[in-house]
Design a binder for this molecule. Sequence first.
Ligand SMILES: [Fe+2]
Length: 355
Amino acid sequence: MSAEAISATHLEVDPSAMSRALNDLGWVGVDPDAPEVRAKREYLQANNGIRGLEICQPAEVERAARIFRRDGFVVVRDALTPGQLAFLQSGVDRVVHEMMALDKERVGNRGSHRYSFGGASKTGHLMHHPEWTQLIDLPTVTPILTAIFGARDYVLRGGGGDFCLPGAVEYQPLHSDMADRTIIPLPDGREFIHGSFKDHRGILTYRDLPVPYIACNFLTVDVTEINGGTRQIPGTQHARDPIPSLEEEPEWMKLSTVCPAPAGSVLIRDVRAWHGGTPNLSDHVRAIPNVEFFAPWYRERAPRSMPREMYETLTPHGQDLARYIVADSAETLSFGYRRNLGYTPVSSMARAKDA
Ligand SMILES: [Fe+2]
């Protein structure tokens, strides 16, 4: 990946964003009733979604772990109580409003109308928000993560997640959230080190390892055929094949969306599995905040993103998980949003061919 692999776009502020309802923040410069949008909506309504999607209950720990190992992801319903879900929705409402106040044209940082929460945040994470830190050690999810990793001493990397506004009409290209160690020069002259695993013999890649890195994305709305759910390609977590571009991607993959799935569910993902965003042609925001974990034996450089006051509110196990990202007692972290809401990685740009 080169410096051209990352783009920074100048965004315009939106003074009206804070006074608008959450679900009125989309469809900027895109007509929801345009004939091609209507046609795409009808097509997705009729065809989108993984046939026979298996959804587990929280108590089905072994089943969830088995499906995760087979497919590279698993959905578990009722991961959040109604109270936890409402609290998470309120956090999403606040952060989405604050971000939209910085992007009038809805340029996005993962394509038009499409955003990474973490990518927009100065720390790269949202571990300074209690709505996000409540997700770290849930009685519904911790046993499943423990079963998948095989031990309780896994590590919290941080958390953010993503959202798309209604009016995100394009697909996000399929991608993996991990790579073998790559050093990416940033436009400001610094370097971004992506990944940590590198076999100098050229024998093993990160794709050959047991699961090193898991993201738990929580559904804050019912994910439907038309509101921009994540498409996941089952069984690709170990695949070494090149990931298809949008032009190369077969139609069945474009329709391999994790839906329908109810609000309050968690989508537990091996981040290596091929996945991407899909169009949100609905009338509401689809947000899936997340927390992310490394296996007990795997490390990547992760910034300290959690203030000590927040750490003090966690369970003992949550504190153990957060041991590498909590700030020193003498340290003051800088919060807020990155200029222009960060960068758009090339893997999220609509393009015909990989760069
Ligand atoms: Fe991703």
